[in-house]
Design a protein. Structure first.
Length: 578
């Protein structure tokens, strides 16, 4: 149960001063809280024996009032320290989780769904936070405070104390059984919550498709089924959770019965005074919270342990692509060389790239064409280092790519993928994502290069228009050109356009290509496309089929080869002529 505290040992060590102060103050408060019952018991005895005076009564009241004020002040301190720590651990773990997620590559996200990751970053971290806050409170109260109260009760009347404690072992047995069930059922419930999150994301993201195919009611029914499943699994948790309080109340009730009955017997035999019995019952009442704290402690710790295991499952996931132990820095990519290079996706049963040999020099433009699924995107993504390197050699300036720091490679690249990702910000902010310190002139130049200038006046607030989630407020062609502008403003050493002109018309495409040729002189560009007009100007064009280069050369050379490229080019020319 307490293993979760060991897993969070790094945090408690980092903030040991905060927790030492908080726990110490909590224990001090527990000791001071024993004073008023004892004073009240003495006052009752003074009244029973007729020795009470106005002066002694005022003294008793003054001591009780002072102790209450001190308790108030110290309680503020321990609550600030302990519950402040709970907010700190949640912030630290969430930041750590976010940094880790940003290091992850596609294989990780193929194994973990977005909705489940969101559940771990929200609900699970909140449960871990409660462990370091409310969990530390209940741990201290169910141990230190309980020991202090028991010590005071033993000093008052040890026989009565032993008798009143007889029902308590039943609590320990019940808590152990309930705790194991809570851990199991809470893990299942959190997994179900992750499934529900994932379904919500898919439904919201695909709402246009749902409406287009009139599947709203079907999706609603599916979501209702998922929420019912989450409800039922949480009810299973609640069924066990609901057993804690009644069990503790039953045992404490038995303790009260024993204390009252046996206490009356001791009074009759002059082994206990009425004031002492009153004080004892007040101490017994003070034990109610520590007893409940035991139940809450097990509940919170088991939930926190289950949640921390789910969070650590992500945090301990080793990135599939990491920097080599010894790296070599390369200032500028002068030459890219593939030699008999082969690559296979982790989930693939066949090579996705095979026997690729190619040399690309700085300043050259490479066109990559081929039928759907031929390996075009796979080829350019080798530069992004999203997957472990394949067999053969892929070098930059003669240095194996895996020996070059990943951040260095990424610093060279401007990437426009097939599926454009825009953030829920303005057009300008999305473009400046490529260069955070860019000026307004830089933004407008990038917009002009992407042939987006004429679209800006049609937007509600120009470049300050919010594009909505994933650019929902823009058309497909507009999203594509904003993505292009984001890459252009970076002025990268290597520009990768992965079928990034598919949503624009032929005239716009021609303008963009002309701008690229004019402004990217001396820099490397890779373009994958189905529309061959986008690569006619390229210094080198390769045709891929099943991951292999089947044709290679300039536009004119490929037309002479009388192969796939010529056939496709003539077909597209015929279609454009119609």
């Amino acid at each position: 149960m307490l293993s979760v505290l060991g897993k969070l040992g790094w945090f408690f060590k980092e903030h040991k001063t905060r927790y030492i102060i908080g726990v110490t103050m909590l224990i001090v408060v527990g000791v001071i809280e024993l004073i008023p019952p004892r004073l009240l018991g003495q006052a009752i005895d003074d009244i029973v024996y007729g020795v009470i005076t106005a002066e002694s009564l005022l003294r008793y009241l003054s001591y009780i009032l002072i102790s209450m004020v001190v308790i108030y002040g110290i309680t503020y301190v321990w609550m600030y320290q302990i519950f402040g720590g709970a907010n700190l651990v949640e912030r630290k773990l969430r930041s750590k989780l976010m940094r880790h997620l940003l290091k992850m590559t596609p294989p990780f996200f193929e194994k973990h769904r977005t909705g489940d990751l969101m559940a771990r970053a929200t609900n699970d971290l909140r449960s871990v936070s409660q462990t370091t806050g409310f969990g530390m409170l209940t741990l201290t109260d169910s141990t230190a405070f309980l020991v202090v109260v028991l010590f005071a009760m033993f000093l008052l009347q040890w026989k009565l104390t032993l008798a009143a404690l007889l029902p308590l072992p039943f609590i320990a047995v019940a808590m152990n059984v309930f705790g194991k069930k809570i851990h199991e059922r809470y893990t299942v419930a959190q997994n179900a919550f992750g499934d529900m999150n994932d379904q919500v994301l898919e439904s919201v993201g695909g709402v246009r498709v749902l409406r287009a195919y009139v599947q709203e009611k079907s999706d609603e029914a599916r979501f209702r089924g998922i929420t019912q499943d989450v409800y039922e699994k949480n009810i299973e948790v609640a069924k066990v959770d609901a057993l804690f309080d009644p069990t503790i109340r039953l045992c404490i009730g038995l303790s009260y019965m024993i204390g009252l009955g046996y206490g009356a017997y001791l009074i009759i035999h002059n082994e206990l005074s009425l004031g002492e019995l009153l004080a004892f019952n007040m101490y017994l009442g003070m034990m109610i919270w520590p007893m409940f704290a035991i139940g809450n402690l097990i509940n919170v710790m088991q939930r926190g342990n289950a949640s921390l295991d789910r969070v650590n499952e992500v945090l301990f996931y080793t990135p599939d692509v990491q920097d080599a132990a010894q790296t070599k820095d390369v200032a500028v990519p002068e030459m890219l060389t593939w030699s008999n290079y082969r690559f296979r996706y982790p989930a693939s049963t066949a090579d996705n790239l095979a026997h690729v040999s190619l040399t690309l020099r700085k300043g050259q433009t490479l066109g990559i064409v081929g039928r759907t699924g031929s390996g075009k995107s796979t080829f350019v993504k080798q530069l992004l280092r999203e997957y472990p390197m394949g067999d053969g050699e892929f070098r930059i300036n003669g240095v194996p790519v895996e020996q070059i720091p990943i951040d260095r490679i990424h610093s060279w690249i401007g990437y426009v993928p097939q599926e454009q990702i825009l953030f829920s910000k303005t057009v300008k902010q999305n473009i400046l994502f490529g260069r955070s310190g860019g000026s307004d002139d830089d933004v407008m130049n990038a917009i002009d290069t992407a042939s987006f200038t004429h679209d800006v006046p049609t937007l509600l607030n120009g470049v300050e228009t919010l594009v909505g989630e994933r650019g929902v407020a823009l058309s497909g062609g507009q999203k594509q050109r904003v993505s292009l502008a984001r890459a252009f403003i970076k002025e990268p050493e290597i520009l990768i356009l992965d079928d990034a002109l598919s949503a624009v018309d032929a005239r716009t495409e021609a303008n963009i290509i002309a701008n690229i040729r004019e402004q990217r002189s001396g820099k490397t560009t890779l373009i994958t496309t189905h529309r061959l007009s986008a690569v006619e100007h390229a210094d080198r064009i390769i045709v891929l089929d099943d991951g292999k280069i089947i044709e290679e050369g300039t536009h004119e050379e490929l037309l002479k080869q009388d192969g796939w490229y010529k056939e496709q080019y003539e077909r597209q020319q015929l279609e454009s002529g119609l």
